[in-house]
Design a protein around this ligand. Structure first.
Ligand code: PPE
Length: 308
């Protein structure tokens, strides 16, 4: 998806002009994929642009860094403050997608990451519906990928590590080349894990089910957690349960969640229509409530928002 440039990017504590936010071609992270990132969104609210679950995202960034033994030279508070500044400085009154990145910079080569400098950047830009407006409204066509999700002992699936996205990219390309919108990956045990950049949910007999991150090798999504809280608050039963591909084929409803993707209905999986192929009632209810929450329209969830 093309990027629309904004004015400034935060790099290691300084704001630099978008066009000057460059790194050396011998930066360690570029060669070995050693780094961690986040995807965060800000939305317009009546109080100004507000960042959704900022602290949780920045804590996950620090957790990813801890797993990878990347020493981040900024505290959680400093990273949160810098993110608010990025939204302010760029005047993102209509909202933004925000991309914090911790990466190994220039000065060392060789697989050993420990001597390489740790750099941090935070950029933002306007980003619309990640899986397209049609997908948002009518659902997306999914394909179960021949690429499996990482084994947690081969790659730390609790970390949002940059190099780990080779796996997501391979699955995404396979799905797109076969004419689908997005890929679903199975975990190493053959159970459902997650999508290339989203968590997965089904609805069966009024119960909402999602694979447990620790068992499924899926990222513990912040949108997933938000939807679980919302669904419980709306009175639904939510279960974290291992599932197989036929659970998707036979689901009454299915949807995916992620910061970039938000909440998107699944219309079919491997050409099996899910439900009647239209967004189901529970999916639609969760989707519309999610959009109200992120825009500050439901006071009970205002504590999830950081106004910039
Ligand atoms: N699984 C994966 C593999 C993943 O990348 C994401 C986010 C999620 C689940 C959902 O997590 P959360 O955003 O906390 O609900 N994917 C990010 C990157 C997307 C991209 O194309 O880049 C995102 O949504 O920002």
């Amino acid at each position: 998806m093309p990027i629309t440039p904004t004015a400034k990017i935060w790099m290691d504590g300084q704001f630099v002009n978008w066009d000057d936010a460059k790194v050396h071609v011998l930066s360690h992270g570029l060669h070995y994929g050693y780094g961690a990132f986040e995807g965060v969104r800000a939305y317009p609210t009546s109080k100004g642009p507000a960042i959704f679950r900022l602290r949780e995202h920045m804590q996950r960034l620090l957790n990813s860094a801890k797993i990878l033994m990347l020493e981040v030279p900024f505290t959680l508070d400093e990273l949160c403050d810098a993110t608010v500044e990025v939204v302010r400085v760029n005047g993102m009154t209509n909202g933004a997608y925000i991309r914090p990145l911790v990466y190994l910079g220039y000065g060392e080569m060789g697989v050993n990451p420990l001597p390489a400098p740790v750099n941090v950047s935070i950029a933002c830009w306007p980003w619309g519906a990640y899986l397209g407006d049609d997908g948002h409204n009518n659902g997306v066509r999914m394909k179960i990928s021949s690429w499996h999700r990482h084994d947690p002992n081969a790659m730390p699936t609790a970390a949002k590590g940059t190099g780990m996205y080779l796996n997501s990219g391979l699955a995404k390309v396979e799905a797109l080349k076969a004419g689908y919108d997005e890929a679903i990956l199975l975990g190493p045990d053959g159970r459902l894990s997650e999508c290339s950049g989203e968590n997965l949910f089904i609805v069966r007999d009024g119960v909402i089910v999602t694979p447990p991150s620790s068992e499924a090798g899926a990222l513990a999504g912040i949108t997933q957690a938000s939807i679980v809280t919302l669904a419980n608050d709306l009175g639904y039963e939510v279960r974290f349960e291992a599932m197989v591909r036929t659970d998707l084929y036979l689901a009454d409803e299915a949807f995916l969640t992620g910061t970039a993707a938000e909440v998107v209905p699944i219309s079919s999986v491997d050409d099996r229509v899910v439900g009647n192929g239209k967004p189901g009632p529970i999916t639609s209810q969760l989707q519309s409530n999610y959009f109200k929450i992120v825009r500050g329209e439901i006071p009970a969830y205002e504590h999830w928002l950081t106004v910039c």
